[in-house]
Design a binder for this molecule. Structure first.
Ligand SMILES: [Zn+2]
Length: 334
């Protein structure tokens, strides 16, 4: 049905190209750009903008698995300056990004100039195409290109086109960043100083965080999860844990994680993710040392500290298995 509509659209465009003069084409183009807000399937989710400091706002996804809540499971933020808006992460569907843009417009008339992507996982990047259409510069961590060209990225998109239809559909596509970041740097916009911290391969193939200097607000992406089980995926849990341990939190007033509410107590917020990773590495590492098979280690482990957290039943076993395999590989590397 959708394909059919698309073919019809294509056919009528070709017809117009063949038979009509330039003014009509110009008119068609204008119509297209004005209809930006309606070309994405409407989303019914509640998206409340929360102001956390003088310049910083964010919207908070509902904790859960990828397909819960129409894909609105991750956070995004924006910083309003006198010379444009900087957005952090783009949410998990173009429809959600489109809604976020409407929310930004309700706060400020400033144009959206930059979108900084914490990492290339579906729940943070499928909204990018909407920002690209607005002409915003897309900034992403080094490693993004590798993901975009991977088979994993293609099959994930295909799966979401099915599981998150109509919000992710055949028109949803991955966006290559305009700029990739491979070391930490600072930039200024509208008198506000921003620091991008490149964390390397921590939670994904490349992660970064954004510090809004004057407000002392840190966007941490998925390096830190608040109030739910982290998704470990292909992460290097050793590096990730080291990163958390090193992460300087002194003097921060607010930490906005990739998932869950903003925290006024950054140290405490980091603690859950750090304790979870440390526990996985401890209990699985001991099992590996004793040559105990994964099934047995997993069944014998005491999960009581984490078992009541959101996403535990969906994520814990696969997280544990991933850490078990990667720790075995670490042993071989030694
Ligand atoms: Zn995420």
């Amino acid at each position: 049905m959708l394909t059919c509509n698309k073919q019809l659209r294509l056919a009528s465009t070709l017809f117009a190209l063949m038979f009509f003069s330039t003014p009509l084409l110009a008119e068609t183009a204008t119509e297209t750009s004005q209809s930006t807000t309606t070309k994405y399937a409407p989303t019914s989710v509640d998206m409340e903008v929360k102001k956390v400091s003088e310049h910083v706002y964010y919207v908070e996804g509902v904790p859960g698995i990828a397909t819960d809540n129409e894909g609105f499971i991750s956070n995004a933020g924006f910083i309003v300056t006198d010379d444009g808006v900087v957005v952090f992460d783009s949410l998990g569907t173009p429809s959600l990004a489109n809604k976020l843009i409407q929310k930004i417009k309700s706060v400020t008339d400033q144009p959206i100039k930059k979108v900084i992507v914490s990492h290339f996982h579906a729940d943070h990047i499928y909204g990018l195409q909407v920002f690209e259409e607005l002409g915003a510069e897309i900034i992403a961590p080094y490693g993004a290109q590798k993901y975009i060209q991977s088979e994993a990225a293609a099959s994930r998109l295909e799966e979401r086109q099915f599981s998150l239809e109509p919000w992710v559909n055949e028109d949803t596509h991955l966006v290559l960043p305009d700029t990739t970041v491979e070391k930490s740097n600072t930039f200024k916009l509208g008198g506000i100083t921003f620091t991008i911290n490149y964390m390397g391969k921590a939670h994904s193939d490349g992660d970064l965080t954004l510090l809004v200097e004057p407000d002392k607000v840190l966007f941490s992406g998925d390096i830190i999860f608040e109030g739910r089980i982290p998704f470990v995926g292909s992460a290097d849990s050793k590096k990730w844990l080291d990163t958390l341990t090193r992460l300087e939190t002194g003097g921060l007033s607010v930490l906005i994680p990739g998932h869950g509410p903003a925290s006024n107590n950054p140290k405490e917020t980091i603690s859950l993710t750090r304790r979870y990773l440390a526990y996985l590495r401890k209990v699985l590492g001991e099992g590996i040392e004793d040559l105990t098979p994964f099934e047995e280690v997993y069944a014998d482990a005491d999960w009581s500290e984490f078992k009541d957290l959101p996403a535990f039943s969906e994520g814990n076993r696969i997280n544990a298995y991933q850490v078990y395999l990667s720790m075995e590989a670490e042993l071989l590397e030694q």
